[in-house]
Design a protein around this ligand. Structure first.
Ligand code: FE2
Ligand code: FE2
Length: 217
């Protein structure tokens, strides 16, 4: 059976082959911005984070940052970045647990599952299709391929005994995948894509992404 790295390397090479067959850049579906936006999807996740004890101050800080970003109206990338940070904080809370804290671990895994499902849904329904329309197919396919492993890790953690010796090493491996994936989105893919679009197009993506996120609340 192929390891995750082997599979991901293979995927990049397949992606390179596919890129040559893609049509020219076309952004029309994302070009009718009306500036709608909303913080509701993020608020739900933050409230859940505070409830499970990740920290009210932490949640408040994110809320403040989120409202500033949403005020901008075209800050889809900033919203996703905040969600990345919130996700990594959940991993850190998990890594700080003891084997005896099985209930807390189960709660945090559920919270992680909810947050990652919503985040992935927004990217898969709006951002990655928009990337493909802008002829960024290789990156979109690579990122979506990694989302498959996100689901696999969630499945493993949910079905694992929460006091298993395998639990924390699996969380660590999963965190590494998410950190690397988020870094690629935040530092390579999203800045280039955002800069290539008009304010109106970015506002359109923000609105569509928030709409999809609300379906997951
Ligand atoms: Fe992603
Ligand atoms: Fe992301």
């Amino acid at each position: 059976m192929a390891t995750r790295n082997e599979t991901r390397t293979r995927s990049r090479s397949n992606d390179n082959n596919r890129k040559t067959r893609k049509p020219a850049a076309e952004k029309s579906a994302f070009s009718f911005g009306n500036g709608e936006s909303g913080a509701a999807p993020l608020l739900g996740a933050l409230a859940a984070g505070a409830a499970i004890g990740i920290g009210a101050n932490w949640a408040r800080k994110f809320l403040q940052q989120a409202s500033e970003s949403v005020m901008a109206g075209n800050a889809w990338d900033e919203i996703l970045k905040l969600e990345h940070k919130a996700t990594l904080a959940k991993f850190d809370a998990l890594l700080a647990t003891e084997d005896s804290e099985t209930v807390k671990r189960a709660g945090l895994v559920k919270l992680l599952h909810y947050g990652l499902n919503k985040h992935s849904f927004q990217e898969e329904q709006v951002v990655y299709p928009a990337l493909r329309q802008a002829n960024e197919t290789v990156d979109a396919d690579h990122l979506e391929h990694e989302h498959g492993y996100v689901k696999t890790y969630l499945y493993r953690l949910e079905n694992m005994e929460k006091d298993s010796a395998e639990f924390l090493p699996t969380v660590r491996e999963f965190r590494d995948l998410i950190a690397e994936h988020a870094k690629m989105e935040e530092e390579q893919v999203y800045p280039r894509f955002k800069a290539a679009m008009s304010d109106e197009q970015n506002a359109r993506i923000t609105m569509l992404m928030n709409k999809e996120g609300m379906k997951m609340n």
